[in-house]
Design a protein around this ligand. Sequence first.
Ligand code: PEP
Length: 243
Amino acid sequence: MPRKLAAGNWKMNGLEQDVSVIKTLAERHAQAGIDVLICPPATMISACAGHGIAVGGQDCHAAVSGAHTGDISAEMLADAGATHVITGHSERRADHGETDADIAAKSQAAYRAGLKAVICIGETLGQREAGTTLEIIDGQLAGSVPDDATAENTVIAYEPVWAIGTGKVPTLEQIGEVHAHIRQSLVARFGDGAGFTLLYGGSVKGSNAAEIFAVAEVNGALVGGASLTADDFSPIVTALEQA
Ligand code: PEP
């Protein structure tokens, strides 16, 4: 059975004082029977680690070290206390031109450093309207997910680009169709494909989490805006516990 995961991506938000959010989440959910992860900005990882909630990076460089000004390696994230790292978020793909090959290399760097990679895939609005969603998903799975991915070292997050930060959510049928497709493709490619955790991401909130978690093959969520405060994120964690 895939592990359930409620993951928050704080993006470029959060100062030292916001460690209080992690502490509150730990008080409420450290004993939850599911995994709870927050990916704060890299500057906060060491302050956020060790409170009972898993902490992750939002990106990493593929190399261990070297002349890459401003970049952070997977080993550095692990050294700061991270256990996970997001790779291939659509904002990295769009803002930094990251390709599927870059994302596969970053995910392999995560494995090398002992981190779990949360690999993001998803179609744009134009691709959905053109009817090519499943084709895009297939290409991203083939190109971004390394051959040595396992259910232990990798989580797949399906995030339609048009649903991120927009308040627009696909229908439950659309989410179910893509998740079933991803599961099928992982089972066909990997011996333990049935065990990978599959997250949905894109405008998940306390008010829609339960219905999304009831969709087959949805094992949790990757949450942006609604992960920034404990009061917004807690109902999502609770909905997943109860799913
Ligand atoms: C995200 O950034 O991965 C995300 C899903 O954002 P939001 O929940 O704000 O749509």
